[in-house]
Design a binder for this molecule. Structure first.
Ligand code: SDX
Length: 422
């Protein structure tokens, strides 16, 4: 048995902990008995060196810029498969055959409708409501319409619950968007594929022909695949923490949506475009790079940096190639694309970014494609939600099967007053 020994130099005491080996990636030190044997906690704000669980869903190699879902390389899935292929892979552990994909696709299409009562919720929001507020509220409300998923423990029940949420999130996203514009809701069209149907529910007007081009469906479907899963990021860890208490799975997904909303996480894609528009021209890039480097300026280059990727984010590379491939067909804003490329070029040769291993992440280029698809900035993080919903629910299911799973309850280093008298 491989072990590591901890020596307390205050008293010479030695403590031994087992080293556990993964199928690939860093070994882990099993410190579950640390507090019991040493009376001490570890200290790791932001969990930069902490493995919170065992998982066989997604593997990321931050140094090599590698991302795999169930062992398949992200670039293969993004370029050779559809988002629904990826959903089937994540949820069942295998890529679907042609007939399995057809059956899965039909099931998702049929489950894309939401209870009529749920639509009333959207009228309670003010016109100015951010779509993400409506999204997290409506997904939480979904637990009221599907309360039967609260206490489930059979794989078949997990699959029904999971397919239901994957199918309904795009419909709720479109409802959030149309409510924010005060325009009539559009029902799902089960004659259309998952991604085409979402664009249809976004764009259609009653009794008018809706134009949706294949190139647009391909671009958005790729974006959904690239966002589908990413191991124990902040929003997934939130879903797992809520799942560990036994709450309703859709309450856990709603919590994940709220965690994703933050600018440091999924909310970055909305900020990237706002930042590119603010910078406006390649001539202004140097000034903003300077601001990003200034320790006294809280300005950050949105879409840059990542907790895990310390070389490049493979998803950003795939999106950059997709932009170059489709920019004419999609009518991508060439000025903003030039600004983005100039930022990347300057930052990648600048000592500040090189030393801190800051590279473009998935959010840096995604907004340019979404803008070309006429998706408003306020909906960018919702697009991330649609892609990531399958990853969250797959992680939820894995946690439910995990014999080592315990309620998430970290400890702390207390620095407050020791004792006070009234
Ligand atoms: C996502 O975890 C995931 O997997 C997330 C995600 C997923 O798929 O789920 O990949 C999706 O959230 C992508 C990240 C989107 N967020 C942004 O683009 C926001 C801008 N980036 C940062 O805020 C930051 O880089 C983080 C939050 C992404 C990562 O933060 P870390 O790992 O905690 O790093 P840090 O904040 O400790 O920064 C280390 C250093 C600091 O400088 P020093 O104090 O050492 O001098 O790098 C600097 C930071 O100031 N830095 C930046 C910067 N990001 C980090 N400086 C300028 N611009 C930036 N963007």
């Amino acid at each position: 048995m491989a072990t590591v020994t901890l020596t307390d130099n205050r008293n010479g005491k030695k403590y031994e902990f087992e080293i556990l080996s993964p199928s690939v990636g860093p070994d882990v030190i099993d410190i579950r008995s640390l507090y019991q044997t040493t009376g001490m906690f570890t200290y790791d704000p932001g969990f930069t060196s902490t493995a919170s669980c065992s998982s066989n869903i997604t593997y990321i190699d931050g140094e090599k810029g590698e991302l795999r879902y169930r062992g398949y390389d992200i670039s293969d899935l993004a370029t050779k498969k559809t988002y629904l292929d990826t959903c089937h892979l994540l949820l069942t552990g295998k890529l679907p055959s042609k007939s399995e994909l057809a059956a899965f696709d039909l099931e998702i299409r049929k489950r894309s409708f939401v209870h009529e009562g749920l639509k009333n919720l959207f009228y309670a929001f003010p016109d100015s409501a951010h779509p993400m507020a409506m999204m997290s509220s409506s997904v939480s409300a979904l637990s009221a319409f599907h309360y039967e998923h609260l206490d489930i423990d059979q794989e078949e029940e997990f699959q029904v619950m999971a397919r239901r949420i994957v199918a309904k999130i795009p419909t709720l996203a479109a409802l959030s968007y149309r409510r924010s514009l005060g325009i009539p809701f559009i029902y799902p069209d089960i004659e259309r594929s998952f991604t085409e149907n979402f664009l249809y529910m976004m764009r259609a007007y009653p009794s008018a022909k809706t134009i949706i081009r294949d190139v647009e469906v391909k671009a958005l479907d790729t974006i959904f695949t690239l966002h589908a899963e990413h191991e124990q990021n902040a929003s997934t860890s939130t879903v797992r923490a809520v799942a560990s208490t036994g709450a309703h799975p859709y309450a856990a997904i709603s919590a994940g949506i709220n965690a994703l909303w933050g600018r440091a996480h999924g909310g970055a894609n909305e900020s990237v475009i706002a930042q590119l528009e603010m910078i406006g021209s390649v001539d202004n890039v140097d000034e903003f790079i300077k601001k990003a480097k200034d320790p006294d300026d809280d300005f950050r280059l949105m879409g840059f940096g990542h907790r895990v990727y310390k070389n490049f984010d493979p998803r950003a590379r795939i999106l950059k190639n997709l932009l170059d491939e489709l920019k004419e067909d999609l009518g991508v804003d060439s000025e903003l694309l030039e600004v983005a490329k100039k930022i990347e070029e300057v930052a990648l040769t600048d000592e500040y970014f090189i030393k801190r291993k800051l590279y473009p992440n998935i959010d840096f280029y995604s907004g340019l494609i979404l803008t070309a698809l006429k998706i408003p900035k306020s909906l960018f993080t919702i697009i991330f939600v649609i892609g990531r919903s399958v990853g969250w629910i797959t992680q939820w299911i894995e946690l439910k099967h995990d014999k080592e799973m315990k309620i998430a309850r970290p400890r702390q280093k207390y620095t407050g007053p020791v004792s006070k008298k009234i």
